[in-house]
Design a protein around this ligand. Structure first.
Ligand SMILES: [Zn+2]
Length: 314
């Protein structure tokens, strides 16, 4: 009883699984995403759902999609990495599989899974921040996922923290993710290496000598060897992560923040600094409890587990 299917549709992979009511994955499938063609994406999802549904009693299907999902949880208005524009994904897939389907933003699905079954278990007010190339987010308030009026809430990475700052892929200037993400880490390391090559000697050695060729894993490796320019890039990113979290706490007052995403895999290099920056910038500090800052626990499966659980609550 109580089984649902969750599907996490990424730019390169479709990950799907049968999930029980405790968030456990009972059976799992992985397929490449035919990213250029919306019809093929819907077909791929339907195939994998039908395959998983054989041999299980399935109540509903939750689809986690990277993009703007409307408030009825039916239509993907826009997806940055797939060819979806006003895509009626809910109807297409439910027609193909004959089961109830809901569509969720992938970062919201991830946040829900972490809040219910991962690092936020037992907490009713949780803000999840995914620090990858950019910053994604999800907000759980009073035990419910907060989607906003139009389904477009929790785009945390696009708070504008610096007036007329660095240009962002969203079209605005100075967004938080331009200072506090993996891309920001690389940008900062490149700037440091250009301004003071001596401080980036090890980083430049690993990266082949040109500041513009520096990539994230090289910054991490060099930082672990004590490279000053790379450590400074991590310190800057951490400082900005803490500042952003303090702004989010000023508005939302969560019991805990959960940090996930690719950059969190090197959290030992920056999380203490982020916690310090959070505590130092929090409004009302000294007169309020400090929200816990934790690392995500569910890894890459969080998106599909969250989508499956949200489908159960349709
Ligand atoms: Zn932006």
């Amino acid at each position: 009883m109580g089984l649902t299917i969750g599907v996490d549709i990424g730019g390169t992979k479709v990950a799907a699984g049968v999930v029980d009511q405790d968030g456990r994955i009972v059976e799992h499938r992985l397929r490449p995403t035919p990213a250029e063609n919306p019809e093929l994406v819907a077909d791929t999802i339907a195939q994998v759902v039908k395959e998983l549904a054989e041999g299980h009693e399935i109540e509903a299907v939750g689809l986690g999609a990277a993009g703007f999902v409307d408030e009825t949880r039916s239509i993907v208005r826009f997806a940055p990495n797939l060819a979806w524009r006003e895509e009626p994904l809910q109807k297409k897939v439910s027609d193909l599989v004959g089961l109830p389907v809901v569509v969720e933003n992938d970062a919201n699905a991830m946040a829900w899974a972490e809040a219910r079954f991962g690092a936020g278990r037992g907490e009713s007010h949780v803000v999840c921040v995914t620090v990858g190339t950019g910053i994604g987010g999800g907000i759980v308030l009073d035990g419910s996922l907060y989607r906003g009026r139009w389904g477009m809430g929790a785009e945390l990475g696009h708070m504008q923290v610096i007036p007329d700052g660095r240009p962002c892929g969203c079209g605005n200037l100075g967004c938080w993710e331009q200072y506090a993400s993996g891309n920001a880490l690389v940008a900062e390391a490149r700037l440091n290496a250009e301004a003071d090559p001596a401080s980036a000697a090890r980083l430049l050695e690993i990266a082949g000598g040109t500041p513009g060729d520096v990539e994230g894993p090289e910054v991490t490796d060099a930082a672990r060897e004590g490279d000053p320019a790379s450590l400074a890039a991590f310190a800057s990113m951490a400082e900005w992560i803490g500042r952003g979290l303090s702004d989010l706490a000023a508005v939302l007052d969560p019991g805990c923040f959960i940090l996930g995403g690719g950059v969190s895999r090197a959290a030992d290099l920056w999380i203490d600094r982020a916690r310090e920056s959070f505590a130092a910038n929090l409004t009302g500090r000294g007169h309020r409890p400090l929200a816990d800052i934790r690392l995500a626990e569910l890894g890459a499966s969080a998106g599909l587990v969250g989508a499956a659980d949200l489908a159960r609550r349709r």
